[in-house]
Design a binder for this molecule. Structure first.
Ligand code: MTE
Ligand code: CO
Length: 390
């Protein structure tokens, strides 16, 4: 601190005058000084904003919960606006009794609260062939993590009575894209939720208000928003989103399909290109996020020299299956250049691959399921850049 700092010695306006009263913002907003913490899109990525994506500002967040207004949005036909009074959910197909639920019907079933990450299968997709986007918001921001409140999908399926021939479930959205995905019945009866709240309040319109499907640990595309119909069938449907999209073309010309699981992944959120080091050498908090569709994260290692040496990071905050985990490595920075990497391991022992390892296994034709290790170069002036090491 500096001798005679007016911020210490002088009375400031916020100290001198009364502030706004309690009703100034009936629905509270973040401080005006946080105006930079917003979702952002990459305009050249898609032809128009209606079938597009914007990204969670991971570089500016902490903990494991994403604030509702900052959850990335991915729409194929814009946000559907549905009055809950007009909401209907149909269950049909191989069931004993086809059913239609209203909003108030859904709210009479026993509910559960669960914290889950949702990651788009295309997250980090632009980085398959080389480092491209300068910021973890853009390279990794197609993920969010909130607490959902909803009715287990199992409960609703049991209400309709699934026939023994039922093996798959088709989930259909009510938006203009009529998003449709096939889900194995085993998963539907396991941990899927028909959710109507996130972080304690109603879903946001962008996230599927009034009702969305949660398919924990599996690719975001299956988490159908504005859910309107569930059809039980005996085989998968081969919809557009599971044939021409959300399949992974390998080097040998064969495409992997039904790649539902989101494998173990992590990224350092700060320092990162949008969160440079502004304080010079000395104590430096390195922090990031790790997650796995297979369960909890058991360990995260951090390297400051491009993967030559590793230190085990400190996991802090709740460790919940199929949720984001927060890690920290607190170091003394000597002011020299750093090549920051994080490498996560999940409870099944699966270890996040390097970019070279992933490319050797999958080639570079796919845009989906890139869970490889990210490198940030921290320069001596504290600026940070997206780079690759091999
Ligand atoms: N559901 C409907 N009905 N329409 C959509 O366009 N997009 C899917 C999925 N569910 C989509 C949808 C994709 S690709 C993803 S990654 C997630 O929703 C994104 O969820 P979010 O917008 O809440 O982040
Ligand atoms: Co997606």
């Amino acid at each position: 601190w500096a001798e005679g700092d007016p911020l210490i010695t002088e009375i400031q306006d916020w100290n001198r005058y009364l502030g706004d009263g309690v009703d100034a913002a009936p629905y509270g907003m973040p401080s005006a000084f946080e105006a930079d913490v917003i979702r952002r899109d990459v305009p050249w990525l898609t032809a128009d904003p209606v079938s597009s994506v914007n990204f969670t500002p991971l570089h500016a967040l902490d903990g494991i919960i994403t604030p509702n207004g900052l959850c990335f949005e991915r729409h194929h036909a814009g946000t559907a606006l549905i009055d809950p009074a007009d909401y209907r959910l149909m269950i049909n197909g191989l069931v004993d009794t086809p059913l239609v639920f209203t909003m108030s019907d859904l709210k009479r079933f026993p509910r559960e609260n669960r914290v889950y990450f949702l990651e788009c299968a295309a997250n980090s997709g632009m980085e398959w062939r080389g480092s491209q986007l300068n910021g973890c918001q853009f390279t990794h921001g197609m993920v969010h993590c909130v607490m959902y409140t909803g009715v287990p999908l199992r409960t609703l399926l049991q209400e309709a009575g699934v026939r023994t021939s039922g093996k798959w479930l088709l989930a259909e959205g009510a938006d203009a894209s009529a998003m449709t995905r096939s889900i194995p019945l085993e998963k539907a009866l396991d941990d899927c939720l028909v959710a109507f709240a996130m972080n304690g309040e109603a879903l946001r319109p962008e996230q599927g208000y009034p009702v969305r499907l949660c398919v924990p640990g599996w690719e975001g595309n299956m988490w159908v928003k504005w859910l309107r119909r569930l059809e039980v069938g005996d085989k998968p449907w081969a919809q557009r989103e599971e044939t021409s999209k959300y399949t992974d073309l390998l080097e040998n010309g064969i495409a992997r399909r039904h790649t539902f699981l989101m494998d173990v992944k992590s990224v350092i959120t700060s320092p990162s290109p949008q969160a440079p080091v502004t304080h010079g050498k000395g104590p430096l908090v390195i922090t990031g996020l790790a997650w796995s569709g297979s369960g909890t994260i058991s360990r995260v290692d951090v390297s400051i020299d491009g993967g030559r040496n590793w230190k085990t990071a400190r996991l802090d905050g709740p460790s919940l299956p199929k949720a984001l985990h927060r890690f920290y490595l607190d170091i003394e920075w000597d002011g020299s250049e750093l090549l920051l990497q994080s490498r996560a391991m999940d409870e099944k022992g699966y270890i996040q691959p390097t970019k070279d390892e992933l490319r050797a296994a999958r080639g570079v034709n796919s845009i989906y399921h890139n869970n490889s290790i990210q490198t940030w170069q921290v320069r001596q002036d504290g600026e940070v850049e997206n780079v690759e090491v091999s």
